[in-house]
Design a protein around this ligand. Structure first.
Ligand code: ADP
Length: 329
């Protein structure tokens, strides 16, 4: 019935990265390393992550009619993403200018460019794509009104997943559609605003649920994640790995979770799988370059993490929701 397991509606950026001894102060010029250009943006990252796991994935995004736009299209296609929904033109491709110092701290300037021109009219024009997609996921690096239009255009019976990043207060219509709303600790606090006095993720989850989403997932970095729905709040363990670079971990997690939920897997079990995908992603440098295949996730989950949190895996052939990853929860 659905042609796509996942449609990602979101951003695509070229990440321009320069290593520096010291990030420049106001008015200062510093010399840095050779420039490295990487495909990025949360939408593009999520689409690549899902496709690499084997999901039939499409991306609805806007890039510029320029070299960075072509770089982004190439990286999507190389991962197996259907780019029929990637529009070109209207503004230069979105760019993130990133300086990284030896301690790993960075300073980032983002020019949204074409991402800011992905309009509600673009979503309406792509109605056919939305109607053919089992799950639609979005982030907030595109205009909020475009995300609202995506919610209004969902196919009957399809599922909407939102990672509100960068975070901002959300309209009730969008919150009510989220199943789940996926936030990290920082995003949880911003979405909750004044309501968030507690430091306990369990409390954030309950408060977020009260705002209207059907379910909530809070990612907790090396601590794994927490899932919450009308059935209760549950911790999802992480897989112990040697983290090298956490860039893109949240995008990999979200893509994996969205895909597994679409196959009928329950929330806790899908989050356990997504946590392994996120863990695999942090073992390698970069964002899209670090995203694992289903086989790599399987290999990781079968390695003994050494901390008693070992969970049996759900293999790539186990899209039925009958896998046992949730047993240890
Ligand atoms: P974000 O990148 O959005 O801030 P997180 O840092 O919470 O998101 O990471 C997303 C998920 O990736 C986590 O829930 C966890 O499953 C996995 N992850 C991230 N960092 C690590 C780590 N150091 N070790 C193991 N898993 C990790």
């Amino acid at each position: 019935m659905y042609d796509y397991d996942l449609l990602v509606v979101g951003s695509a950026n070229a990440d321009l990265v320069i290593g520096v001894e010291r990030r420049p102060a106001a008015g200062e010029t510093v010399l840095g390393s050779d420039l490295a250009v990487h495909p990025g943006g949360k939408g593009a990252n999520q689409a690549v992550a899902a496709a690499r796991l084997g999901a039939r994935t499409a991306l609805l995004a806007r890039v510029g009619d320029d070299a960075y736009g072509r770089l982004l299209l190439d990286s999507q296609r190389a991962a197996g993403v259907d780019t029929v929904g990637v529009l070109a033109g209207g503004a230069p491709t979105g760019v993130a200018l990133i300086t990284v110092d030896p301690s790993g701290d960075n300073s980032i300037v983002v020019s949204p460019g074409a991402n800011g021109r992905l309009t509600p009219a673009d979503v309406r024009a792509a109605a056919g794509l939305l109607q053919r997609s089992r799950v639609v996921s979005a982030q907030l690096e595109i205009p909020l009104e475009t995300v609202v239009e995506a919610v209004r255009s969902l196919a009957e019976g399809s599922r909407f997943v939102l990672n509100p990043s960068p975070p901002r207060p959300l309209p009730a219509e969008v919150l009510a559609a989220c199943d789940p709303l996926i936030v990290n600790e920082h995003e949880a606090k911003v979405v909750l605003g004044e309501a968030c006095a507690s430091e306990r993720p369990e409390d954030w989850a309950r408060l977020l649920l009260a705002k209207g989403p059907r379910s909530v997932v809070i990612t907790l970095g090396a601590q794994g994640a927490l899932v919450a729905s009308a059935e209760g709040v549950e911790r999802v363990p992480s897989t112990k790995v040697d983290a090298v670079d956490t860039t893109g971990a949240g995008d990999a997690f979200t893509a994996a979770l969205a895909w597994r939920l679409g196959t009928g897997t329950g929330l806790a079990e899908a989050a356990a799988y997504a946590a392994r995908v996120g863990a695999a992603a942090v073992t390698r440098e970069g964002a899209q370059e670090s995203f694992p295949t289903a086989e790599e996730v399987e290999a990781l989950c079968c390695a003994d993490p050494g901390d008693g949190t070992r969970t049996p895996g759900t293999g790539s052939d186990d899209a039925s929701g009958t896998g046992s990853a949730g047993e240890s929860l």
